[in-house]
Design a protein around this ligand. Structure first.
Ligand SMILES: [Mg+2]
Length: 322
């Protein structure tokens, strides 16, 4: 994009996403002014075409996913979405239609999560799209990974495994409508923002499930200095994933694939025994499904048990980024 083209793109396409946030100055100035009434938390994620999303993925969905993975990290800290920065490298060959499609998707989710765009950078170069989103969240007392204590009960929001199945949907022996549900779950994660208040009020520790439930449980275990016992049969699975599951020869192996796949963007969190009822009723109030899947215990590491009470060997420990 020429410098003129870039300025026009910002003024015409991106500036509307800054509407309503005074400190963004309509994206006309050199930097934005963050107006926070509480503590500030910040997170950043980069998506690279061909690495984190496929060349053929529609750019409106790519834009939405880029924002949502950041929203997921904010929810993980029990932080309310506040605003975001966008830095984007367009490939030399990008079509104006694709840029507009990207902006449409981004605008839809900026609206949905009430988080205006307040700045960033757009440049052109190279042969692939690179998107970096930096998101700001409001929080008084951040939810950390380190607060889990023996006796705390372990919960997960939503369902686990759909993202991984969605990524591989074209290779699965499933009817098209089921495949499409799973693809949607991969392309459009639904971070449970409505759960933030309940997490603030009751959770002792938490994180979002991005690397795979088993790997993220391990992160929580390590940071908290405690062990986690998980019940494989308790892990919530969607109706679509269930259709895949029943076709698999070994149910335990199949469930292990679902808990090591990643891309769930659900919340894994711990609640002290005496606050479980309060958390459950708060989750019901905001219509977020939460399921108890395990217990924090003395010791270290994650142990996964099958229905017979035997320990299940987990060989893969989730998606490693580097
Ligand atoms: Mg995270």
């Amino acid at each position: 994009m020429s410098r003129t083209g870039e300025f026009e793109f910002i003024a015409q396409s991106l500036a509307p996403l800054a509407a309503g946030y005074e400190g963004a100055f309509g994206l006309t100035d050199d930097a934005a002014l963050l107006a926070m009434s509480s503590g500030l938390t910040v997170t950043s994620d980069t998506l690279v075409q061909g690495v984190h999303f496929r060349n053929e993925d529609p750019l409106d969905l790519v834009a939405r996913k880029a924002l949502r993975v950041n929203v997921s990290d904010l929810v993980a800290m029990a932080a309310k979405p506040h605003a975001f920065l966008l830095s984007i490298v367009w490939p030399e060959t990008v079509a104006a239609d694709d840029q507009m499609r990207f902006v449409d998707g981004l605008a839809a989710d900026a609206h949905q999560y009430s988080m205006p765009l307040i700045g960033g950078d757009t440049v052109r170069g190279g042969d692939r799209l690179v998107i970096t989103i930096t998101a700001f969240g409001e929080v008084e007392r951040p939810l950390r990974r380190s607060g889990a204590r023996p006796g705390d009960r372990v919960f997960v929001s939503g369902t686990i495994g759909d993202g991984w199945l969605g990524l591989h949907a074209d290779d699965l022996d499933l009817p098209d409508p089921v495949r499409n549900v799973l693809k949607d779950r991969y392309m459009l994660p639904q971070p449970p923002v409505a759960l933030i208040e309940a997490l603030r009020a009751t959770a002792t520790a938490g994180l979002d499930v991005s690397d795979g439930l088993a790997a993220d449980a391990d992160h929580l275990s390590t940071t908290s200095g405690a062990g986690i016992d998980l019940q494989l049969a308790s892990v919530p699975v969607s109706a679509a994933a269930r259709q895949w599951l029943v076709k698999q020869a070994n149910q335990t192996d199949a469930m292990v694939s679902l808990i090591t796949g990643g891309d769930d963007y659900e919340m894994l969190f711990c609640v002290a025994d005496h606050q479980v009822d309060q958390m459950m009723s708060a989750a019901i109030d905001v219509r977020i499904d939460v399921t108890e899947i395990g217990l924090i215990c003395d010791g270290s590491g994650v142990r996964v048990f099958d229905e017979k009470g035997d320990i299940v060997q987990i060989l893969k420990t989730g998606f490693t980024h580097f």
